[in-house]
Write a protein that binds this ligand. Structure first.
Ligand SMILES: C[S@@+](CC[C@H](N)C(=O)[O-])C[C@H]1O[C@@H](n2cnc3c(N)ncnc32)[C@H](O)[C@@H]1O
Length: 265
Protein backbone atom coordinates (compact mmCIF):
# COMPACT_ATOMS: atom_id res chain seq x y z
CA UNK A 1 0.00 0.00 0.00
CA UNK A 2 1.39 3.47 -0.91
CA UNK A 3 2.09 6.05 1.81
CA UNK A 4 -0.84 8.28 0.84
CA UNK A 5 -3.26 5.35 0.82
CA UNK A 6 -1.99 4.21 4.24
CA UNK A 7 -2.45 7.72 5.68
CA UNK A 8 -5.96 7.83 4.24
CA UNK A 9 -6.93 4.47 5.76
CA UNK A 10 -5.53 5.42 9.19
CA UNK A 11 -7.28 8.83 9.13
CA UNK A 12 -10.56 7.27 8.08
CA UNK A 13 -10.40 4.66 10.88
CA UNK A 14 -9.58 7.42 13.41
CA UNK A 15 -12.49 9.52 12.21
CA UNK A 16 -14.95 6.62 12.38
CA UNK A 17 -13.74 5.73 15.91
CA UNK A 18 -13.92 9.35 17.05
CA UNK A 19 -15.81 11.73 14.75
CA UNK A 20 -14.56 14.78 16.68
CA UNK A 21 -10.90 13.78 16.33
CA UNK A 22 -10.41 15.92 13.23
CA UNK A 23 -10.67 19.02 15.41
CA UNK A 24 -7.49 18.03 17.27
CA UNK A 25 -5.64 17.24 14.03
CA UNK A 26 -5.58 20.89 12.89
CA UNK A 27 -2.08 22.04 12.02
CA UNK A 28 -0.61 25.10 13.75
CA UNK A 29 0.24 27.32 10.78
CA UNK A 30 -0.20 31.04 10.19
CA UNK A 31 -3.43 29.95 8.56
CA UNK A 32 -5.21 33.29 8.64
CA UNK A 33 -2.33 35.63 7.86
CA UNK A 34 -3.22 37.49 4.64
CA UNK A 35 0.25 36.80 3.20
CA UNK A 36 -0.14 33.06 3.79
CA UNK A 37 -3.68 32.95 2.31
CA UNK A 38 -2.62 35.04 -0.68
CA UNK A 39 0.37 32.77 -1.39
CA UNK A 40 -1.83 29.69 -1.06
CA UNK A 41 -4.27 30.93 -3.71
CA UNK A 42 -1.40 32.09 -5.94
CA UNK A 43 -0.10 28.55 -5.92
CA UNK A 44 -3.54 27.09 -6.57
CA UNK A 45 -4.59 29.58 -9.25
CA UNK A 46 -3.60 27.38 -12.22
CA UNK A 47 -5.54 24.34 -11.04
CA UNK A 48 -8.27 25.77 -8.74
CA UNK A 49 -11.03 26.15 -11.37
CA UNK A 50 -10.90 22.60 -12.70
CA UNK A 51 -10.22 20.88 -9.37
CA UNK A 52 -13.06 22.82 -7.77
CA UNK A 53 -15.53 21.85 -10.50
CA UNK A 54 -14.52 18.16 -10.67
CA UNK A 55 -14.08 17.57 -6.93
CA UNK A 56 -17.42 19.15 -6.02
CA UNK A 57 -19.32 17.11 -8.65
CA UNK A 58 -20.69 20.43 -9.92
CA UNK A 59 -22.06 21.40 -6.48
CA UNK A 60 -19.78 24.46 -6.34
CA UNK A 61 -21.42 25.78 -9.51
CA UNK A 62 -24.90 25.03 -8.16
CA UNK A 63 -24.12 26.81 -4.87
CA UNK A 64 -22.72 29.85 -6.68
CA UNK A 65 -25.93 29.94 -8.73
CA UNK A 66 -28.02 29.84 -5.56
CA UNK A 67 -25.86 32.53 -3.93
CA UNK A 68 -26.26 34.91 -6.90
CA UNK A 69 -29.99 34.15 -7.21
CA UNK A 70 -30.55 34.97 -3.53
CA UNK A 71 -28.93 38.39 -4.04
CA UNK A 72 -31.88 39.43 -6.27
CA UNK A 73 -29.66 41.40 -8.63
CA UNK A 74 -31.46 43.64 -11.12
CA UNK A 75 -30.28 45.30 -14.29
CA UNK A 76 -28.49 48.63 -13.69
CA UNK A 77 -27.29 47.83 -10.18
CA UNK A 78 -23.80 48.15 -8.69
CA UNK A 79 -22.71 44.70 -7.56
CA UNK A 80 -19.60 43.85 -5.54
CA UNK A 81 -18.23 40.31 -5.89
CA UNK A 82 -15.98 39.93 -2.85
CA UNK A 83 -13.13 37.40 -2.77
CA UNK A 84 -13.95 37.00 -6.47
CA UNK A 85 -11.17 34.51 -7.28
CA UNK A 86 -11.09 34.19 -11.07
CA UNK A 87 -14.53 35.73 -11.40
CA UNK A 88 -16.37 32.42 -11.11
CA UNK A 89 -19.67 34.22 -10.39
CA UNK A 90 -19.45 36.86 -13.10
CA UNK A 91 -21.51 35.14 -15.81
CA UNK A 92 -24.21 34.42 -13.25
CA UNK A 93 -24.15 38.04 -12.07
CA UNK A 94 -24.20 39.46 -15.59
CA UNK A 95 -27.11 37.23 -16.56
CA UNK A 96 -29.05 39.47 -14.16
CA UNK A 97 -27.24 42.76 -14.82
CA UNK A 98 -27.66 42.17 -18.59
CA UNK A 99 -24.64 44.39 -19.32
CA UNK A 100 -26.30 47.29 -17.49
CA UNK A 101 -24.80 48.51 -14.21
CA UNK A 102 -21.40 47.89 -12.64
CA UNK A 103 -19.56 44.88 -11.36
CA UNK A 104 -16.70 45.51 -8.96
CA UNK A 105 -14.69 42.38 -8.18
CA UNK A 106 -12.22 42.32 -5.31
CA UNK A 107 -9.48 39.82 -4.48
CA UNK A 108 -6.05 40.25 -2.92
CA UNK A 109 -4.30 37.49 -4.84
CA UNK A 110 -2.46 38.89 -7.91
CA UNK A 111 -2.70 35.63 -9.89
CA UNK A 112 -6.43 35.32 -9.24
CA UNK A 113 -6.88 38.98 -10.29
CA UNK A 114 -4.89 38.38 -13.49
CA UNK A 115 -7.18 35.48 -14.41
CA UNK A 116 -10.22 37.58 -13.54
CA UNK A 117 -8.91 40.36 -15.80
CA UNK A 118 -8.55 37.81 -18.60
CA UNK A 119 -12.23 37.00 -18.08
CA UNK A 120 -13.06 40.71 -18.44
CA UNK A 121 -11.82 40.57 -22.04
CA UNK A 122 -14.45 37.91 -22.81
CA UNK A 123 -17.27 40.05 -21.39
CA UNK A 124 -16.79 43.38 -23.22
CA UNK A 125 -20.38 44.53 -22.68
CA UNK A 126 -20.06 44.39 -18.90
CA UNK A 127 -18.82 47.44 -17.05
CA UNK A 128 -16.45 45.69 -14.63
CA UNK A 129 -13.50 46.55 -12.48
CA UNK A 130 -11.04 44.23 -10.72
CA UNK A 131 -9.62 45.57 -7.47
CA UNK A 132 -6.55 43.85 -6.05
CA UNK A 133 -7.06 44.64 -2.38
CA UNK A 134 -7.44 43.04 1.01
CA UNK A 135 -11.14 43.18 1.81
CA UNK A 136 -10.34 43.69 5.48
CA UNK A 137 -8.64 46.96 4.56
CA UNK A 138 -10.35 48.06 1.35
CA UNK A 139 -10.90 51.36 -0.44
CA UNK A 140 -14.51 50.73 -1.50
CA UNK A 141 -16.64 53.81 -0.78
CA UNK A 142 -19.20 53.64 2.02
CA UNK A 143 -22.85 53.02 1.05
CA UNK A 144 -21.91 52.31 -2.58
CA UNK A 145 -23.16 48.75 -3.31
CA UNK A 146 -26.71 47.76 -4.25
CA UNK A 147 -25.74 44.12 -3.92
CA UNK A 148 -22.83 42.18 -2.40
CA UNK A 149 -22.12 38.56 -3.28
CA UNK A 150 -19.31 36.29 -2.16
CA UNK A 151 -18.90 32.60 -2.87
CA UNK A 152 -16.43 30.50 -0.87
CA UNK A 153 -14.50 33.53 0.37
CA UNK A 154 -15.26 33.39 4.10
CA UNK A 155 -13.47 30.28 5.33
CA UNK A 156 -9.99 31.82 5.29
CA UNK A 157 -11.04 34.50 7.82
CA UNK A 158 -10.10 34.08 11.48
CA UNK A 159 -12.81 34.81 14.08
CA UNK A 160 -11.46 38.38 14.49
CA UNK A 161 -11.25 38.88 10.73
CA UNK A 162 -14.89 37.75 10.34
CA UNK A 163 -15.92 40.60 12.61
CA UNK A 164 -14.00 43.13 10.48
CA UNK A 165 -15.43 41.62 7.27
CA UNK A 166 -18.96 41.98 8.68
CA UNK A 167 -18.32 45.64 9.54
CA UNK A 168 -16.98 46.25 6.03
CA UNK A 169 -20.05 44.66 4.43
CA UNK A 170 -22.28 46.88 6.55
CA UNK A 171 -20.21 49.95 5.62
CA UNK A 172 -20.13 49.50 1.84
CA UNK A 173 -23.75 48.40 1.37
CA UNK A 174 -26.30 51.10 0.48
CA UNK A 175 -29.30 51.41 2.81
CA UNK A 176 -31.82 48.88 1.48
CA UNK A 177 -29.02 46.93 -0.24
CA UNK A 178 -28.82 43.13 -0.11
CA UNK A 179 -25.97 40.71 0.45
CA UNK A 180 -25.62 36.99 -0.26
CA UNK A 181 -22.66 34.95 0.98
CA UNK A 182 -22.08 31.20 0.69
CA UNK A 183 -19.37 28.91 2.05
CA UNK A 184 -18.54 25.20 2.24
CA UNK A 185 -19.44 23.97 5.73
CA UNK A 186 -19.24 20.97 8.05
CA UNK A 187 -22.58 19.10 7.98
CA UNK A 188 -24.28 18.31 11.30
CA UNK A 189 -25.19 14.68 10.64
CA UNK A 190 -22.40 12.56 12.22
CA UNK A 191 -22.17 10.04 9.36
CA UNK A 192 -22.27 12.67 6.62
CA UNK A 193 -19.70 14.69 8.60
CA UNK A 194 -17.28 11.74 8.64
CA UNK A 195 -17.57 11.12 4.91
CA UNK A 196 -17.56 14.77 3.93
CA UNK A 197 -14.53 15.69 6.06
CA UNK A 198 -12.72 12.57 4.82
CA UNK A 199 -13.51 13.63 1.27
CA UNK A 200 -12.29 17.22 1.87
CA UNK A 201 -9.15 16.20 3.74
CA UNK A 202 -8.05 13.22 1.68
CA UNK A 203 -9.86 12.80 -1.64
CA UNK A 204 -9.78 16.43 -2.84
CA UNK A 205 -5.98 16.66 -2.28
CA UNK A 206 -5.61 13.54 -4.47
CA UNK A 207 -7.82 15.07 -7.16
CA UNK A 208 -5.70 18.23 -6.86
CA UNK A 209 -2.59 16.14 -7.42
CA UNK A 210 -4.18 14.44 -10.45
CA UNK A 211 -4.62 17.88 -12.02
CA UNK A 212 -0.99 18.77 -11.21
CA UNK A 213 -1.80 20.91 -8.17
CA UNK A 214 -0.02 20.66 -4.80
CA UNK A 215 -2.05 18.20 -2.64
CA UNK A 216 -0.89 19.96 0.55
CA UNK A 217 -2.55 23.19 -0.62
CA UNK A 218 -5.82 21.39 -1.36
CA UNK A 219 -5.62 19.69 2.04
CA UNK A 220 -5.66 23.14 3.62
CA UNK A 221 -9.11 23.81 2.15
CA UNK A 222 -10.36 21.02 4.43
CA UNK A 223 -8.47 22.55 7.36
CA UNK A 224 -10.08 25.96 6.77
CA UNK A 225 -13.50 24.31 6.53
CA UNK A 226 -12.91 22.57 9.87
CA UNK A 227 -12.12 25.91 11.46
CA UNK A 228 -15.03 27.62 9.73
CA UNK A 229 -17.67 24.97 10.62
CA UNK A 230 -20.59 26.99 9.17
CA UNK A 231 -21.73 30.54 8.47
CA UNK A 232 -23.42 31.05 11.85
CA UNK A 233 -20.60 33.03 13.54
CA UNK A 234 -20.28 35.29 10.51
CA UNK A 235 -24.05 35.73 10.65
CA UNK A 236 -23.85 36.85 14.29
CA UNK A 237 -21.18 39.42 13.40
CA UNK A 238 -23.33 40.73 10.55
CA UNK A 239 -26.33 40.99 12.88
CA UNK A 240 -24.22 42.84 15.45
CA UNK A 241 -23.59 45.58 12.85
CA UNK A 242 -27.35 46.11 12.46
CA UNK A 243 -27.86 44.11 9.25
CA UNK A 244 -30.89 41.83 8.90
CA UNK A 245 -29.60 38.28 8.35
CA UNK A 246 -31.11 34.95 7.28
CA UNK A 247 -29.11 31.74 7.64
CA UNK A 248 -29.62 28.91 5.13
CA UNK A 249 -28.29 25.40 4.85
CA UNK A 250 -27.58 23.77 1.46
CA UNK A 251 -27.46 20.01 0.80
CA UNK A 252 -27.69 18.85 4.43
CA UNK A 253 -25.30 21.55 5.63
CA UNK A 254 -22.43 20.83 3.21
CA UNK A 255 -22.65 24.55 2.43
CA UNK A 256 -24.29 27.34 4.42
CA UNK A 257 -25.26 30.82 3.33
CA UNK A 258 -26.18 34.20 4.74
CA UNK A 259 -28.62 36.43 2.93
CA UNK A 260 -29.69 39.77 4.26
CA UNK A 261 -30.38 43.41 4.02
CA UNK A 262 -29.12 46.75 5.30
CA UNK A 263 -32.17 48.50 6.77
CA UNK A 264 -33.27 51.74 5.09
CA UNK A 265 -32.04 54.07 7.85
C1 LIG B 1 -11.90 29.77 -2.46
S1 LIG B 1 -11.54 31.19 -3.42
C2 LIG B 1 -13.15 31.59 -3.99
C3 LIG B 1 -13.12 32.23 -5.33
C4 LIG B 1 -14.48 32.43 -6.02
N1 LIG B 1 -15.30 33.41 -5.35
C5 LIG B 1 -15.23 31.13 -6.19
O1 LIG B 1 -16.46 31.15 -6.16
O2 LIG B 1 -14.61 30.08 -6.44
C6 LIG B 1 -11.27 32.41 -2.18
C7 LIG B 1 -10.68 33.70 -2.73
O3 LIG B 1 -10.71 34.68 -1.68
C8 LIG B 1 -9.54 35.47 -1.79
N2 LIG B 1 -9.33 36.11 -0.49
C9 LIG B 1 -9.19 35.49 0.72
N3 LIG B 1 -9.06 36.40 1.69
C10 LIG B 1 -9.14 37.61 1.10
C11 LIG B 1 -9.07 38.96 1.60
N4 LIG B 1 -8.87 39.22 2.89
N5 LIG B 1 -9.21 39.96 0.71
C12 LIG B 1 -9.38 39.72 -0.60
N6 LIG B 1 -9.43 38.47 -1.14
C13 LIG B 1 -9.31 37.44 -0.29
C14 LIG B 1 -8.45 34.51 -2.23
O4 LIG B 1 -7.37 35.16 -2.85
C15 LIG B 1 -9.23 33.60 -3.19
O5 LIG B 1 -9.11 34.03 -4.51
Amino acid sequence: MGNEMQTMVVSFRTLVANPLSYQTMLPQKPLFEPKFVCELFSQMSKTYGLVNLVSSFGFSHLWRKQCVKLAQIESGMTVYDLMTGMGECWHLINRRLTNEGNLVALDFCPEMCRQAEAKQAGMPGLNSQVLQEDFLNNSLPSASADRIVSSFGLKTFSPAQKEIAAQQIQRILKPGGLFSLIEISVPQHPLLKIFYMFYLNHVIPLIGKLFLGDPNNYKLLGTYTQHFQNAQTMGQHLEATGLIVQYQSHFFGCATSLVGKKPER
